[in-house]
Design a protein around this ligand. Sequence first.
Ligand code: CTP
Ligand code: MG
Length: 236
Amino acid sequence: MAEGQKKVTAIILAAGKGSRMHSTVQKQYMMLDGYPVVYYALKSFQDSEVDDIILVTGKDEITYCEQEIVKAYGFDKVSRVISGGTERYESVYNALSATEDTAYVIIHDGARPFVDLEMIHDSIFHVKEHGACTVAVPVKDTIKEVAENGFGIRTLDRRLLWNVQTPQAFSYDLIKTAYLKMMENGDIDVTDDTMIVERYMGHSVKVIQGSYYNIKLTTPEDMEIAEFLVKNRSSK
Ligand code: CTP
Ligand code: MG
């Protein structure tokens, strides 16, 4: 890290069960063109300007990750492989608790292999400017709010709607305080980290343009799309 630079730590989340993928191997460890899915995100962060990487996984997968991924592929920016929790927010919280000496964190789903260096660079630039940012893409479909009775209530204004992805980057103190407030409050109904800083810190999140390629592997058809995309990438 250059003198005077503030430390940036990446948190790569790979502690989920992948239940919607319905596969025997958890989706983050399924093979994609010869490499486990989580390899791709780790490779991008390894090659980026982040200073340190924390990999979060299930407690039974720690040794596998250390040996077969971090060591095997030479990801020397990964300083720790730690165990996550039952819910995503618990995995993030464990990682936030495992680091205290960093100015910024950049949180990324290990199940999004197509994060690229530009997204990481832009996230770091904007978090330094705004304290919180996320990568997102404008929605392509019309989005309708639908009542439980199956009838539409209203159609939302598509020009204002974005699909939120990861990476999401935060000042460490901001996200850590937001998490502590959320835990204290006990009302944990969140699907991502930007919601937590909005809700508990009243902090606006800068939304930056990501990529439609930056998909999250969630269901089996996403693996088919990923197989196609990975073969069309110039390098790994
Ligand atoms: N994740 C995690 N810890 C959890 C839950 C999720 O680290 N307790 C991670 C996943 O490994 C994934 C990312 O968060 O990289 C996004 O979560 P999601 O796509 O929901 O993955 P899973 O929770 O594994 O899948 P599912 O919801 O289908 O069970
Ligand atoms: Mg999940």
